[in-house]
Write a protein that binds this ligand. Structure first.
Ligand code: MG
Length: 258
């Protein structure tokens, strides 16, 4: 099967036969990918039903750069200024969990909230990337939940603690390699109740501008992840909740809260 990377849905998965294996999805079936998804690889014939595999986070990022206040309505609901340049912070890679893994509420927080976000996966190393060339550095997109201990965030000028707990970065379910992200619907439902709904066209800084801005600070590497900010409607998560984020053209990321 073709080694071309275009138009692909890429997963990392575990099954009875494979451990932490990259694969590609075709109509509900899964085939193994041999090689390096960021370099040379080939796709083998599909052989496993997608529903029989356990999905893992689609990348193990070296770093996760998050953009704050990238939707005007979210800045308004939080009563904070809309930034003139992108506001960024980092989440540790140890916070990443997969689709259907549990978000753990830490004992240090009494108010944990969901933030539905489009996530960019970086394709290749780059620094000082021109905005016109930024697309070449984007491998694809997935869905993220920028889980936040809001009470801690409000009391601390640094957000590392509020944003950095283990399980606070659900990512998945897969990477969509070919997607026009200029106008995609993002929704977030908690126990089926609609909490967030917006279009990516409402982003203040579009994805290409974010790649440029961040690469002017730090070298981006293959597998790095950029969380592009959340729209309005963030709200609390409680033990037993199910939080499901859907992005048009990608799919749904679903996690229970424990
Ligand atoms: Mg966020």
């Amino acid at each position: 099967i073709s080694t071309k990377k275009r138009n692909m849905r890429i997963v990392r998965f575990t099954s009875s036969k494979y451990q932490a294996q990259y694969g590609w999805v075709h109509e509900g079936d899964l085939g193994v990918i041999e090689g390096d998804i960021f370099g040379e690889f080939r796709r083998l014939e599909t052989e496993i039903q997608l529903e029989k595999a356990r999905l893992l986070a689609p990348v193990l990022p070296g770093k996760i750069i998050c953009v704050a206040r990238n939707y005007i309505e979210h800045a308004r609901e939080r009563n904070v200024e809309v930034p003139e340049t992108p506001m960024i912070f980092l989440k540790p890679p140890s916070a990443v969990i997969a689709h259907e893994d549990a978000i753990q509420i830490p004992p240090q927080s009494a108010r944990v909230e969901h933030e539905a976000e489009l996530a960019i996966i970086i394709a290749k190393a780059g620094r000082w990337i021109d905005t016109e060339k930024a697309r070449q550095y984007i491998y694809g997109y997935t869905i993220a939940n920028d889980v936040t201990a809001r009470d801690l965030q409000l009391n601390e000028s640094q957000w590392t603690r509020a944003k950095g707990f283990d399980t606070f970065c659900p990512l998945g379910p897969w990477i969509e390699t070919e997607l026009d992200v200029t106008d995609l619907l993002i929704t977030c439902r908690v126990n089926g109740e609609l909490r967030q709904m917006a279009s990516t066209k409402e982003m203040i800084f579009p994805v290409t501008q974010l790649v440029t801005f961040i690469s002017n600070i730090m070298t981006l590497y293959p597998g790095d992840v950029i969380l592009t900010g959340t729209p309005a409607g963030v709200g609390p998560l409680e033990k037993g909740d199910n939080v499901e984020i859907t992005i048009e053209g990608i799919g749904s990321l679903s996690n229970m809260v424990k």
